[in-house]
Design a protein around this ligand. Structure first.
Ligand SMILES: Cc1ncc(COP(=O)(O)O)c(C=O)c1O
Length: 406
């Protein structure tokens, strides 16, 4: 028996951290627990019956091909359909501009792998999706957070940060942006700000990683153009996924970008998993072909709109004065701020004792700030649980405020 694995681990193996969110999710398996922690889609939206039918159809018609290895770029039929879908929505791309990945999380990892050397800088929002930040840190990247206002990353701060880092001789590779219903802050960047970010990237010759899993989950307001569409210098790499619009268990996402970048991602993917499972790609392609994706998505959006509105009503009803929250026009999350002297890591411990959970906001801030914020998911729980959970949570916050003399 070896006594310690540690001496065998690589530098990155040693530096890896468990995802705080995935760890919390494990704690929440208690029967009476109401969890607003995960970014989980509602299981009611999973089209089990349709998929039973399609699965049989695929096995009958394309049984052997669907069980064979596929190309690393992804199933050609699925890629073509996604290209057509994007072009209908405003892009102008061909199949050479789109590859399939095993979820967007794989794309984040592969992007880290092909672009980042230890010490390279990634600029990201304060806050930003933890899974993205962790994927880049594994490759030794340094994360530099840029503050957000209600329209996303502050462009003056972005430009100044680039100048400051360059003056210090630091190498910056890309800006990581989640432009639609940002995880966790729920912000959507308007077109003007998107263009300003692209202009800055152009001026300082940086890439942009546009991570957009929530774009199509819009309850109200106007859809904004993808940064991919606004850029004409080939510097935007866009990540999309079926996880929130269909089913995360399929683990299928896609990347849009210029062929030179995609070719390098494909080479990295060849060493990661050879290809995304052929079988699930064929099932999704058939599901889209039958017009079921858009129909089901319409119902999903309706359900989430009701849950979001009900959660906002519950916040109004129960939360003590001094607590503020966002009113997202889409996506899966509210972002909540409690009075500055409170710490949501402590509130979380007490909340879990009271059978309600969320993710403490500090998890998403690469500069260790955000201790008075929290991310609350509204897509997963039914209305009864939303009301009970928010009532429990408000009780915990009220107690903490009292303890702090607020
Ligand atoms: C911003 C963002 N990017 C990427 C992902 C990963 O998605 P996938 O399930 O496609 O790997 C998530 C998941 O919640 C996310 O919120």
């Amino acid at each position: 028996m070896i006594t310690s694995v540690n001496k065998f681990l690589s530098v990155s193996g040693k530096s890896m951290k468990r995802s705080a969110i995935r760890e919390i999710l494990k704690l929440l398996q208690k029967p009476d627990m109401i969890s607003f922690a995960g970014g989980l889609p509602a299981p009611e939206t999973f089209p089990v019956e349709d998929l039973k039918e399609i699965t049989v159809e695929i096995l009958e018609k394309e049984g052997t091909e669907s069980l064979q290895y596929g190309t690393t770029e992804g199933d050609p039929h699925l890629r073509r359909m996604l290209v057509e879908r994007h072009n209908r929505q405003g892009l102008n791309i061909g199949p050479e501009n789109l590859i399939i990945t095993t979820g967007s999380q794989q794309a984040l990892d592969l992007i880290g792998r092909i672009f980042l050397d230890p010490g390279d800088y990634v600029l990201c929002g304060l806050p930003s999706y933890l899974g993205g930040l962790n994927a880049f840190s594994v490759y030794g990247a340094k994360l530099k957070g840029i503050c957000l206002d209600e329209e996303g990353i502050l462009v003056e701060e972005l430009a100044q940060t680039i100048i400051n880092l360059r003056d210090l001789g630091r190498k910056i590779k890309f800006i990581y942006v989640i432009p639609d219903f940002q995880n966790p802050a729920g912000i959507t960047i308007p077109e003007k700000r998107r263009k300003q970010i692209i202009e800055i990237a152009e001026k300082y010759d940086l890439l942009i990683v546009e991570d957009s899993p929530y774009r199509e989950i819009r309850f109200e307001g106007e859809s904004q153009k993808m940064m991919q569409e606004l850029d004409n210098t080939g510097r935007v790499v866009t990540l999309c996924t079926f996880s929130k619009i269909f089913a995360p268990g399929f683990r299928v996402g896609w990347v849009i970008g210029q062929p030179q970048i995609l070719d390098t991602i494909v080479m990295a993917k060849q060493t990661a998993d050879l290809c995304t499972p052929t079988f699930v790609q064929k099932i999704i392609a058939r599901y889209i072909e039958k017009g079921l994706l858009d129909r089901n998505l319409g119902n999903t959006i309706e359900l989430y709109r009701r849950r979001r509105s009900f959660m906002l009503d519950s916040f109004e009803k129960y939360m003590p004065e001094g607590v503020t929250w966002t009113r997202p026009q889409g996506g899966l999350f509210l972002f909540v701020t409690v009075p500055g002297t409170l710490d949501t890591d402590i509130i979380l411990q007490k909340a879990i004792e009271n059978n309600v959970a969320f993710v403490a906001g500090s998890t998403f801030f690469c500069n260790e700030s955000g201790h008075n914020t929290m991310r609350i998911n509204f897509s997963f729980s039914g209305l009864k649980d939303i009301e009970t959970g928010i009532r429990r949570l408000s009780g915990v916050i009220r107690d903490e405020m009292k303890r702090a003399g607020l």
